[in-house]
Design a protein. Structure first.
Length: 128
């Protein structure tokens, strides 16, 4: 089965295709990991969109490479598409590094993070 996605921009992703649903889900998860849409700057949203496009491109390259009968050309050298795939993976890694790989801490009902609550409990135990 061949999967082709023709994308010119982020807006080409709609919910009717599997690729569109995956891309939108990834975008939603990344924004949630950064603390939610209300806490993410416009610049970070732009990076998130770039990450989604890079990930979708990388997935397409992986599918294409998996369908190839060999990754080695006639002269015994690795095909250039393999190098391009690794360049795309490096690009994605740099984007992820730029936006930050740490997941935002979850908040309790009172608005305190789990780390803050844990620190309070430890402090109470040491105070006793």
């Amino acid at each position: 089965m061949k999967l082709r996605v023709n994308l010119r921009s982020w807006y080409d992703f709609d919910g009717r295709t599997h690729a569109g649903r995956v891309a939108r889900s990834l975008r939603k998860d990344l924004i949630a990991s950064l603390g939610g849409k209300d806490k993410v700057s416009a610049q970070r949203l732009l990076l998130v969109d770039m990450i989604v496009m890079a990930k979708m491109t990388l997935d397409q390259l992986d599918i294409y490479l998996a369908e190839m009968s060999t990754l080695v050309g006639r002269a015994g050298k690795v095909r250039s598409i393999v190098t391009q795939r690794y360049q795309q993976a490096g690009h994605l890694a740099r984007l992820l590094d730029r936006v930050g790989l740490d997941k935002a801490g979850k908040k309790s009902a009172d608005g305190e993070s789990i780390a803050d609550l844990t620190a309070k409990i430890v402090a109470r135990r040491h105070a006793s």
